[in-house]
Write a protein that binds this ligand. Sequence first.
Ligand code: GAL
Length: 954
Amino acid sequence: MSFRTTATDYVEDVSPGSGALPPRAWYASSDATSLSLNGSWRFRLSATVDAEDDSFAAEGYDAGDWAQVSVPGHWVLQGHGSPIYTNHLYPFPVDPPRVPTENPTGDHVRTFDLPSEWPSDGGAVLRFDGVESCARVWLNGTDIGEFKGSRLPHEFAVGHLLKPSGNVLAVRVHQWSAGSYLEDQDQWWLPGIFRDVTLLHRPAGSALDFFVHASYDHLAGEGTLRVDSDVDGRVLVPALDIDVATGEPVTVPVRPWTAETPRLYDGELVTEGERVPLRIGFRTVALEDGLIKVNGRAILFKGVNRHEWHPEKGRALDLETMREDVLLMKRHNINAVRTSHYPPHPAFLDLCDEYGLWVIDECDLETHGFTEQAWRDNPVDDDRWTPALLDRTARMVERDKNHPSVVIWSLGNEAGTGRGLTAMAEWIRGRDTSRLIHYEGDIDCRDTDMYSRMYADHAEVESIGRGLDGGGLKRRELPFILCEFGHAMGNGPGGIADYQHLFESYDRVQGGFIWEWIDHGIKDERYTFAYGGDFGEELHDGNFVCDGLVFPDRTPSPGLVEYKKVIEPVRIEGDGPAGTVRVRNAYDFADLSELAFEWSYQVDGETVEAGALSVPALAPGESAEVKLPTPPADGRGAETQWTVRAVLAADTAWGPRGHQIAWVQLPVIDGVLTRVVRSDGPVPGEQVITLGPAAFDARTGALRTIGGVDVTGLRLDVWRAPTDNDNGAPWQPDARYGLLWRKLGLHRMQHRLDAVELGDDALTVRTRVAPAAWEVGLRTVYRWTSDGTRLRLTVSVSPEGDWTLPLPRLGIRLGLASSADRVKWFGGGPGEGYPDTKSASMVGRWESTVDELQTPYVRPQENGARADVRWAEIGGLRVEGDPSFWFTARRWTTEQLDAAEHLTDLAPGNTVWVNLDHGQQGIGSQSCGPGALPQYQLRASHAEFSFVLSEIHD
Ligand code: GAL
């Protein structure tokens, strides 16, 4: 005898469901009526699947005292239960297809009347665009079916059940189901009806499914259109004079669609009962000469991985948020999106068609948690699950097949290997031969058209580029992409310019996709943004969920600004003193006619002259040499440079006129550093030693004041609050310096005073800076001189002992009064930069407040350094560097920054702490990738650097 009710067996059934209509193209009809059922629904949460019976679905049931939730939405983000974040571990015991008895189940009810214009004839379809993870649906008391496949549409024929008024739609949603085993993506587990619910009238003779085949012959300049339709009709494209029957091909001269030139032709499919708008983009995707080609040309992906995310609504995105993503991507030179790791809301693909982005559309499939048991019982290698896999494949392909932006189908992510994946690939090949197939886990490329990897380091990418990576015959002949690289967790990713250099050097390497687009932080008053563990989850992966190029509120992080620079589609190089510039068009399809070029000339960072630069409308791949004008007369001793920019010549669909696309700075004359002619010598007093404008503690030699500026705590500093990339991930092979630094004690260095020496023209303070317990140390000598108004500090650092680790930073820190607020500097800006993240750091004159210098990483960590600073002014103090330095200022100490877990842990103190660094360790990408490359590491070796300090007299 069984104690389980069979009424809920579907939850743990491996089958995709029952009752739904076959998958088909997703479209919005021009003339058939539809009714959105989004809005406020009645809601009741139960702890288990069968805590409540299904009487709520009956007509006449009164749910008036239930809570209400917004649909689309996730109930856990609306005050019912809590979100859970795990990377790859299933938050329930692995015993497929069984799920826990504790299975939050949300009953949703909505009543509706048909609008008065709802036709009385024809049928109707009820469409769910996304429900996590399993739903059973009743309309007017009739059970119409159940389904799984969270980010895929499901439709039900309901015409026979509808009434003019008082319809009751009841949906029971289970958080966990057999489907959860297929949805182990690295993201929040967020149950609910999170995409639209729509009732579609289906007139007699309306379109069912149709497939727009629109190819482009780049040799002939012609497009061939054929629309296959389940229901016969005509295909109209007025701009091309096309009026043909469905199923009939027609070839005409067209302008092709590419991500750079997203030409869409408006058309219509007209069946007897319906008019369906078409947006047709002609393009041909092919694997040719071992390369991914579109319209006959190899393309280079400058991509990102995009999860759907909104800090308050989770994966329930509105159209404007989707548009914001696309516009931000286009404005940052991004040309491709991998829809990691599920098909996005279909409106997102409309936007990709319209604005132009290459899309890898990925199926809603990941079984990563099975890696913990050596992939035993992996559903993708178990025939019982194959129908579910094929159902997911078909729902993706059929829904999205008419989008020109989709150039590659991806079978899923991190699902191991198995027959199920092969079956998926075979199904796709039988249905759509016009696109290529991707799956990263298929290391031998049995089922795929490209070799794809994630997080391979630079050296390996180079060897793949050179064809030295081995692999089977098939793989060796395929192109390569990095479907994930540049892990944008916290500060970083570093080293992406070095990757881009490889992508542009080897034809086989066709680019990559940064992991990932957005931090999935949840807006939360307690923390600003919450991450894993903040909701009391028993099992979680902390802030690994915050690894995007934009912050949760979509503010670009420095990583996005860096990426924009690294992937700029126009390469400008040149010779400053010679006044020549070389411009190369690095687009794959567009010429440069949409761009205008400008030059400007800076003297000590200030622009003194600017003008237009005439650059021919180069074709892709072409370059031209352009002469700059005669430079303005040089200010003697000043540093001078050219800046050349490419900007949008006119407003485009995604960016305003003047929007910057690419730039370069070409130094002309180096600046001359301020000399401090030693004139004054240190004068001992009872309490203080004076030297020029400064006073020092007579006992310790510590600087106290420079003129009227009080200075505290000036000393050598090597510690930084480890970044996520410093800390690294356990599975990465490179040394995890964040942890090793702490073990060595670099966060608790002791400063031993050895001598305070008063010479004729210098005050010298000798120290040894070292951590407890070890023999390593840094002999550090501070040597102060003055010309009467300025002070010069030379710091020399000599490592002692066996230093096996790089240093986090090397420089001095000092404290100023909290009134120090405005900062001016001449150097890199406006944003932060580190040794391997400073491509976008532009040399100029910048201004900020101390608060604005901070980069608000969701988990606080080292941030905000400005690179290559020649001088900076803050709190009445001017600092000039010899050589230039890294400048950081914050209202808390590094130790406080290090201790903070959330932004709300950072409270301004009474001191502004300034770091003037001679060196910084590179950032790398080791939170899920390689560490900083050797050339960006800060080795502990002898160093000497100087600063000229003076009080500013306004
Ligand atoms: C990959 C995975 C992504 C994400 C990333 C780390 O292995 O495909 O979904 O988990 O690592 O953030």
